[in-house]
Design a protein around this ligand. Structure first.
Ligand SMILES: [Zn+2]
Ligand SMILES: [Zn+2]
Length: 307
């Protein structure tokens, strides 16, 4: 299970109600901040998330509405908050701009207040949390190296207690072995194989996060069967030409991706202040009913049996 907390849901410039792009994905003790638009640190405070565990930041791309908050965040770490270390993951182009912002503007020759690592990533798994992984995948937007992120639990075969009962397997280490895929040597001399008590393989929860993006064909496979897809919807179909020109999506295009990929829930963000939220929602829901438009501070739980 993952939890996602939206901190900023506006496109390009903030509105009275919406901050700039930022969201936190929570998993066990981990906190992953995805993008860090201007004003993100105030949203973190207001959401009551705390700074201490925010040591992994994933950046979708280097446009200013997704990175400017890193300057203020680092400035706060210089004086007010402490953190053991900070890793910022992203594509090459985004990290170059972030490096200019952090080292050229904020630090200007001073040392960062904590070990600070800018980690250049491209496609593939870049974080392994044991029972879940995070991978990056390429996204077509303006500029090079734009990335989306897939949070994926490891799939597993569930232990079936009724089968264990029927086989007379006692409580204790034997069941633990079987859960872990090891044979169990029972006190009565029998050897039970895991296949005898494990159900069919069940894939783990999949949460796909796509930032700004101009076309969806290349996202179809990565989004396939996702429990939740978070994606931008900067335009409405009435301005599809402008969406195409600036490499953004319309709400309908986002919903069409959701339906083609068979995702269970669609969460739209990066909402332009040129539209009313209800119009964005209606356009998407006409294609994919299980759509919501995220608002700042909305929290969603993502798990396999969401429907
Ligand atoms: Zn943007
Ligand atoms: Zn952008």
């Amino acid at each position: 299970m993952f939890e996602i907390i939206f901190l900023g849901t506006s496109a390009s410039a903030p509105s009275a109600r919406r901050g700039l792009s930022a969201q936190v994905v929570k998993r066990d003790e981990y906190r992953f901040l995805i993008d860090c638009g201007e004003g993100t640190q105030r949203q973190i405070l207001q959401a009551g998330i705390g700074f201490r565990r925010l040591n992994h930041i994933l950046i979708t791309h280097g446009h200013l509405d997704h990175i400017l908050g890193l300057g203020g965040l680092l400035s706060t770490f210089l004086r007010w908050e402490s953190i053991d270390q900070l890793e910022i993951f992203g594509g090459k182009g985004a990290l170059e701009r972030i490096s200019d912002l952090l080292y050229g503007v904020v630090l200007r020759g001073a040392n960062p207040p904590m070990p600070l690592h800018l980690r250049e990533i491209s496609s593939g798994v870049f974080f392994d949390g044991g029972d879940f992984t995070i991978s990056a995948f390429p996204v077509m937007h303006r500029g090079q190296d734009c990335l989306g992120y897939l949070f994926e639990e490891r799939g597993r075969r569930p232990f079936l207690p009724e089968k264990a009962e029927a086989l007379g397997i006692p409580q204790g280490p034997w069941r633990k072995n079987l859960v872990e895929g090891q044979p169990a040597n029972l006190p009565d001399g029998r050897v039970i194989q895991p296949e005898e008590v494990l159900g069919p393989f069940r894939p783990g929860t999949r949460l796909v996060h796509v930032g700004d993006v101009g076309q969806t064909d290349s996202l179809l496979e990565i989004c396939r069967d996702a429990d939740t897809l978070v994606i931008e919807a900067t335009y409405l179909q009435s301005e599809a030409e402008m969406a195409r020109q600036f490499a953004h999506l319309t709400a309908r295009q986002a919903a069409e991706l959701a339906i083609r990929a068979g995702v269970r829930q669609l969460i739209l963000t990066h909402i332009s202040r040129r539209y009313r939220e209800k119009d964005v929602l209606a356009e998407a829901q006409a294609v994919f009913p299980n759509t919501v438009v995220a608002r700042d501070f909305d929290t969603y739980t993502v798990k396999r049996d969401i429907l």
